[in-house]
Ligand binder design. Sequence first.
Ligand code: ZN
Length: 641
Amino acid sequence: MKHRFIKIPSAISENLCKSFGRFCSSMLMSNDSSKAAFVHVLLFLLASNLGVSAAQMKTVDDFRAAATKANAVLTIPDWEQTPEAVEAAMKNAIAKANASLDRIGAQDPSRVTFRSTVVALDGVTYEANLAANRATIIKETNTNPAMRTAAENAVKAFEDWAVGVDYREDVYKAIKAFADTRPKLSGEDEKLLKETLRDYRRAGLELPPDQRKEVEEFRKELSKLGTDFDTNIVKSNAPVMFSKADLDGLPESFFASPGIKTGDDVYTVMANVTWQFNTVQENAKSEVTRKQLYLIRETLAKDKNVPVLNQMLDLRNKIALRLGYKSWDDYQTEVKMARTGTNAEKYINDLVTGIQPKFGSEVAELQKLKAACTNDPNAKIMVWDWRYYSNQLNKQKYAVDKEALRAYFPFQKVFDGMFNIYQSIFGLKFEKIVAPYKWIDDLQLYLVTDSATGEPLGMFYLDMFPREGKFNHFAQFVIISGKLLPNGKYQRPTVALLCNFPPANGDAPSLMTHQDVETLFHEFGHALHSIVTRAKYGRFAGTNVPGDFVEAPSQMLQNWVWDKKVLDTFAADYRDPVQKNSRRNREEAQRRKAGKRRRALSAAVRVRFTRSCSARSTSRRNAIRFRCDIEPDLGKSLFAD
Ligand SMILES: [Zn+2]
């Protein structure tokens, strides 16, 4: 109940609801008749509250005047609501973009300008991307499978078209004609021209026509396969049935979560649902259970995706070689800060070497714990073990129980706390506004303003809980990117956070783990990175930065959740919000270093594996088998001795 109340928008109703939340829990313990009376009072208050908040909640129109003053444009996406509309929107966007490309290509080469070529091309891809971004959100979030399928097809159509844009000979000639004038550009303009020309080279435009055609076909095929790969994972449901004994060690709250108990002593865990998987990995005493769930999760969509991945690796290798690169990793890293595959490999190896001594001693500690727990002096830490023994170690050594800590991180409190921190660090103000269209009831829309000047900076949607058919990780999606429009106004961004935090459970609100809180701070960091942009061109706006830089701002910002002072501002037991979690916050901060090293090494191993897939085409099939069938052996070699 409380959870639902505190979601009611507007500051006034939130305050009312918080005080009633406390009242509520004590009343619910009293007798039935007073419960019934209380519920009536509550419903009345809720109804009147809703009336007040709906009337009081601002809309985007309330910010139009401030936007005009700041020469900015705010846009709530015009969401397609039928499969036909999704298909038509993409068709129209592509037709419109093609007409614009025709105009760029039809110019007299002697009269081309920066604006009529390079800037115009940035504008064309920006416009078409708006339709593609909406389709992507629909594909990942819509509750109607027909909508998701239509959106998936629209995304594929867009990707196919987008690859084709690089091969518009007429457009390339116009751009080249402008580049040949050796223009004196600087800053973002110079970067735009340079990178546009680099794109053409990387697409094969400098190759003879037959080879260019081949690269085009390979790239189109690769982009389709990439979409298939992701879709296969999103579509895979992996229910695994356990008895209560199999799941010994898990908290009672897990068994009581919606959808878990599915029969007489039958508990269904979805291996593809991250929070369910993590809860089992961290708490299940049975190694058989942990191993079974781990293998199922790590091989999601394996039958479909192994052939897809093989084809992708083959195509990547062909593209790289055709374009004159030594390997796909050189091709990929050319546009990143690493610049070459060798640099990337060195970076990872240095990281692994540097972290190894500490990592080794920590694994030895986990191993000792496993040996003691299993009465097997030779027990080794396997890849499905480390979360469990790490959790045990935290409980024993630091007296930190991750499950018990959830009570200190109720969803809305965490959000409010995070908002306060980000608002004060960046001098921003977040206000919940009316979302004219919602794909789910609890979708929220916020508007961000610069608190000093009142300038509206952009908007973000929050879609926070898992459901059937939804994107199953945590990510920020750009819907409308920032850009200086041809009319001189600045288009402010609109983005969405799609997350999968554990849902509310009965009377208890959604309770997050500390790791969930860190994830939230991280993803929200991406949202702000997108929203506060001032880049002139869509190509460079917000998170459109080199792939090996894009995580840096979020990785820095997520560190706030390891600061005791920061945690003290919002972490408090939801059953008794007055009591701060001070001691626990300190212990959680102590635990930090150990966990961080284990995660860093595991990330490095994954990156190294990815490189081995892309770099060595001859061994790629073995590499895939390694990933999909015997990755647990990675644990054996990594964690043993
Ligand atoms: Zn990230």
